[in-house]
Ligand binder design. Structure first.
Ligand code: G3P
Length: 231
């Protein structure tokens, strides 16, 4: 499963890229609103300079022509831009027009498998079911991912399921087990995935034992001295 970072924060993107596990980035207006000092275009260009993976840039226009104008503009910023379009009747029309123009799209705000099926038929490259927001209303968000993955596989549709609105590491495991092609995660979840209390405790213990062994070796090589022996 590919892992995208769900952020517009350049430092977070640089960090996960350095870990060697970053496959792409998704942004949206809410995430851009958390950044300071740069235009959305500048943020997108920066991100595309860090990763060669897909970088989603979201349109905000309500009408088809407006969505097309914004999306065409984003697509010119870098080769790896994917235009993010909300699920709606106009959104579907925009997605099918982008498809005809060879511009890749990520259909966002998907909450049912049927919405995902429509987006796939319109030609979206990525289908983004929001699992956390479904969980928030006391339903099972991962069901949509499971159903959509099955539909895509059954009909051999050329779209990828991108699990979004990920809130915790368990969502990532469940998305992977469901066969989601991609999951996009906030930086916090990437970081939570790295750590485990027993891993952190084990690192401290290994370090402590290593120091004790070095001290013991130094003591036996030169009794009375606590300096470590040189090899
Ligand atoms: O990828 C979509 C994501 O940004 C939404 O996440 O936590 O606001 O539901 P959330």
């Amino acid at each position: 499963m590919k892992l995208f970072l769900d952020t517009a924060d350049i430092e977070e993107i640089r960090t996960v890229h350095r870990w060697g596990v970053l496959d792409g980035v998704t942004t949206n207006p809410t995430l851009f609103a958390k950044t300071t000092g740069m235009s959305y275009d500048e943020v997108l260009k920066h991100i595309c300079g860090i990763t060669s993976g897909p970088v989603s840039a979201e349109v905000v226009a309500d009408d088809v022509e407006g969505m097309l104008a914004e999306g065409r503009h984003f697509a010119k910023l870098a080769d790896n831009i994917v235009v993010k379009v909300p699920m709606s009747e106009r959104g579907l029309e925009a997605i099918s027009r982008f498809k005809a123009e060879g511009i890749k799209t990520n259909c966002t705000l998907i909450f049912t498998a049927n919405q995902g099926l429509l987006a796939a038929k319109a030609g979206a490259s990525l289908l983004s079911p929001f699992v956390g927001r479904v969980d928030d209303i006391n339903e099972e968000g991962m069901t949509v991912v499971r159903e959509l993955v099955e539909i895509i596989r059954f009909y051999e549709i050329d779209s990828e399921v991108l699990t979004a609105s990920v809130r915790h590491p368990r969502h990532v495991t469940e998305a992977a087990l469901a066969g989601s092609h991609v999951a996009t995660l906030p930086f916090k979840v990437f970081s939570q995935m790295v750590h485990h209390p027993l891993t952190d405790k084990g690192i401290v213990q290994f370090k402590r034992d290593w120091e004790a062994a070095r001290a013991a070796a130094a003591e036996s090589a030169a009794p009375g001295s606590r300096e470590p022996a040189r090899a």
